[in-house]
Design a protein around this ligand. Structure first.
Ligand code: G3H
Ligand code: 13P
Ligand code: ZN
Length: 332
């Protein structure tokens, strides 16, 4: 699909009914919870996120990655987001929704999202040297703030799959850098690396080993240096064994998966962590539910008959996250 149709018209997120993350994070900080940031690429995921967040009275950050834009077309995604706002109004009391660019890697991409109605963007220059990261993040902040759009920066690199149980130390955010980064860039929130990573294979565990705890010591040190500043955790799927078992039971093959234990995310949500990113868990839920239908009803060929059950299962999972993990349920 790509983005062959350029977003020709500039539109503010305020016209579309989104909010930026400023007030969301203030409330999350004050009340010890984290706002869920769920990724979507298609209609069923979006419906499930909105239904679950309206159902549990939780604010929500709808995340769109570069990959999602390439897959679904950026114009269509933005209109889907707008459609979700309208749907929510019809469902009854709406909840605050931010439309956020996940892992933006260039100024141009961030600008394009801001111009086309995103209320928040992430500029992820975390793999660049500190000075370059600062310069690029600052440039995005200057453009975004003129339009009241909030910006997430990142310091530290999330580990991929490491050979040992724990991520390499060099990937963690260095608390000594955070004050200067926040001051020099003017960013509104900061993604940090304390042991989470993207995907369904976060740790390579030897038999009998359990998932190593997140580096709460680093988080504490960061909080000390930038008190009251909103922190973001990426790579925070729990990779629930129940869904992995379901995937494997119905013909899948996922071995050696591992996620972040929910108690640790709950603990993080009570701190300055105001935004927790979850994508992989949604992918696992959909895959498990679709596989079940395919195995049990091999003659089924109506997408509504397998995407519908997947959507139902997604709603349950997102409501559970809001209520039991992030603590965002009942906050609006
Ligand atoms: O952090 C990455 C998100 O899970 C988005 O993944 O780039 O495959 O859409 P994606
Ligand atoms: P997971 O892969 O753990 O769901 O992380 C998602 C994420 O960080 C999106 O930015
Ligand atoms: Zn991420």
């Amino acid at each position: 699909m790509g983005n062959t149709v350029a977003d020709s018209k500039t539109v503010s997120y305020k016209e579309l009914g989104f909010v930026n993350t400023r007030e969301m994070f203030q409330d999350a900080m004050k009340n010890g919870y984290a706002v869920p940031a769920y990724n979507f690429n298609n209609m069923e995921q979006l419906q499930a996120i909105i239904t679950a967040c309206v159902g549990s009275r939780s604010p929500v950050i709808l995340q769109v990655s570069k990959g999602a834009r390439d897959y679904a077309n950026s114009t269509l995604l933005r209109w889907m987001g707008r459609g979700a706002i309208e749907m929510m109004k019809e469902m009854g009391k709406p909840v605050p929704v931010a439309l956020h660019l996940d892992h933006g890697d260039t100024f141009e991409l961030c600008k394009s999202c801001i111009d086309s109605g995103f209320s928040s963007v992430m500029i992820d220059a975390s793999s660049k040297p500190f000075a370059e990261n600062v310069a690029l993040t600052k440039k995005v902040v200057e453009y975004a703030h003129q339009r009241d759009v909030t910006v997430e920066g990142e310091l530290g690199v999330l580990a991929g799959i490491e050979d040992e149980v724990s991520a390499e130390k060099s990937h963690y955010t260095d608390p000594k850098d955070v004050e200067a980064f926040v001051k020099q860039t003017g960013a509104d929130s900061l993604a940090i690396s304390i042991g989470t990573s993207h995907g369904a294979y976060k740790f390579k565990l030897k038999p009998g080993q359990s998932v190593p705890p997140l580096r709460f010591d680093i988080l504490k040190e960061i909080e000390k240096r930038i008190p009251g500043f909103p922190i973001v955790l990426h790579g925070s799927s729990s990779v629930p064994p129940a869904y992995i078992e379901m995937i494997n039971k119905y013909g899948g093959k996922m071995e050696g998966t591992a996620g972040i234990p929910e108690e640790q995310l709950r603990q993080a949500a009570k701190s300055a962590v105001c935004k927790i990113n979850i994508d992989s868990d949604g992918r696992l839920v959909m895959t498990a539910a679709v596989r079940k239908v395919f195995q049990e009803k091999p003659g089924e060929f109506d997408p509504r008959k397998y995407l519908g059950p997947a959507r139902e299962e997604l709603i349950k999972m997102y409501m559970d996250k809001n209520e039991k993990v992030l603590g965002s349920a009942g906050r609006c």
